[in-house]
Design a protein around this ligand. Structure first.
Ligand code: GDG
Length: 459
């Protein structure tokens, strides 16, 4: 295979710093193997925008190239179409979507501009791998500039049923643009089949079997490739000095009580208010947990300039106050809500001392926190994952306690089951999930996509 070129909204970090997430880890290995190039937005808004100078940097054989955006680009492309239109629609939240036609124009414009800047850097045998909902139309832009390299795409978030997507103005135009890719990858079988169904029902495509669809004389691969984590590395994090120091602090505070842990960016897709209410329900329905079980929620703020995100944060502050006011005792506070982030190693330590990992998104592409929680447990005495059926992770983790996040009653019952689960059952469930996480890890994920890229035939 030739050189790998990765395109994503944000570039890096390359090092395994405290903040590097699963995506960076998976991509960096693949990039290093081929001496690749990583291209995207610099994170800066400037007057010249994408017409300005390209920032380049080479670290450990990987070339990075970044361009700016103008404020107008940022408003229409990033804060507009990507995060006010596509994010809610693709998460089945039509009620929160903002359909402003100027957003789509700005989005296509930025995709064109970024493609124009990338084009001179492309070599003949490069494989170009584009990431996520910011760049649905990027391949169409490149093809219009006569780029003939293999183009692969991976969508990190859900792809909704055609009945939902049809509400997006010009949905057919957007999906048609996606068909300029040779391969379109999704997190789950459900997402991949939703996409193929749209192509077949709305665009006259023909199912060719094995995840291939034929449309307008071309065959496109549209399959599921569930993203994994570096399970081996993550399982070792709790043993690092940084993690141990913080685990001791936390264990001292807990004083033998049990902890439920949640870790999510503040986002309406994550089901946080529903989760807080389910925890309140646990204390109501199973009062023996009062004074004995607490919930910690780590919630780094994101996209905080958007109204929907401001509203959710306010709702969570209120719910925390409500539950704590109602149930707190002299030596016990039910909910600890922290709108901050922790280094990854510390996070792994927090997972390990928590008896229950609570992951209850209303919709989620995959959800890496579910996988990280399991990877961080000790084989001798593992905690229990309580997982929403609407997280992509649920498709490959049926040994978790699977719940419907919309039902406070059901989540409370799931929590009670997790809290009281006998050791042997906890071990059995954990071992199966951990083995699978090690097998289907981040490296396996990018490898399986690259294997399918090799089957692409361009004429
Ligand atoms: C999108 C899709 C899909 C969180 N808090 C801290 C912290 N994190 C890390 C977690 C995890 C990552 O951020 C979050 O990943 P998720 O998968 O849970 O969710 P999204 O951010 O919405 O990601 C999702 C993913 O893309 C990958 O394809 O799974 O469905 O929505 O790695 O650990 N990291 C640190 N401190 C924190 O406080 N260091």
């Amino acid at each position: 295979m030739g050189r790998l070129v990765v395109v994503s909204n944000r570039v890096g970090p390359l090092k395994d710093t405290g903040r590097a997430g699963g995506l960076a880890v998976a991509l960096v290995d693949a990039l290093m193997e081929t001496g690749g190039l990583w291209f995207g937005w610099s994170g800066n808004v400037s007057e010249e925008g994408s017409f300005g100078q390209m920032k380049t940097q080479k670290t450990r054989s990987v070339q990075m190239a970044q361009v700016d955006m103008t404020q107008a680009d940022y408003d229409a492309f990033y804060a507009g179409y990507a995060n006010r239109t596509l994010w809610p629609v693709l998460h089945y939240r039509l009620d929160l979507a903002d359909f402003d036609h100027r957003f789509e124009q700005g989005y296509r414009y930025v995709n064109d501009r970024f493609a124009t800047r990338l084009k001179p850097l492309i070599q003949d045998d490069d494989v170009i791998w584009v990431h996520d909902y910011h760049f649905l139309t990027f391949a169409a832009s490149l093809r219009a500039m006569d780029v003939n390299n293999p183009l692969a795409f991976f969508l990190h978030i859900p792809f909704p049923a055609p009945e939902i997507l049809a509400a997006l103005p010009n949905a057919a135009g957007i999906v048609r643009a996606m068909l300029s890719y040779d391969l379109v990858g999704f997190q789950t079988e459900r997402d991949a089949s939703n996409f193929r169904r749209f192509v077949i029902e709305e665009l006259g495509g023909v199912d060719e079997g094995d995840g291939h669809v034929r449309v307008n004389g071309r065959v496109v691969i549209a399959k599921a490739y569930a993203i994994g984590i570096d399970a081996d590395a993550f399982s070792k994090f709790p043993m690092t000095p940084e993690a141990r120091k913080n685990m001791t602090r936390l264990e001292k505070l807990l004083g033998g009580r049990q902890q439920i842990i949640g870790v999510d960016r503040i986002d309406y897709s994550k089901g946080l208010p529903e989760r807080f209410k389910a925890f309140e329900r646990l204390l109501e329905d199973y009062p023996e947990n009062r004074g004995r079980v607490s919930m910690m929620q780590v919630a780094p703020p994101s996209r905080s300039e958007l109204d929907a995100y401001i509203d959710i944060r306010r709702a969570l502050d209120e719910l925390t106050g409500h539950v704590n006011g109602r149930f707190s005792d002299l030596d016990w506070t039910p909910i600890r809500f922290m709108t901050r982030s922790f280094p990854r190693r510390v996070l792994a330590g927090i997972y390990r001392v928590s008896r229950v990992g609570l992951v209850t998104p209303l919709r989620d592409g995959m959800n890496l926190v579910a996988k990280e929680y399991v990877a961080a447990q000790r084989a001798e005495d593992p905690g229990v994952l309580v997982l929403s059926r609407f997280a992509g992770a649920a498709e490959r983790m049926p040994e978790a306690v699977i719940v419907n996040p919309h039902s406070a009653e059901e989540v409370a019952a799931g929590l009670q089951r997790a809290i009281t689960m006998p050791l042997e059952e906890r071990r059995n469930r954990w071992q199966i999930m951990f083995d699978r996480l090690c097998q289907e890890d981040a490296a396996a994920w990018s490898r399986s996509i690259m294997e399918d890229v090799k089957t692409i035939r361009r004429n």
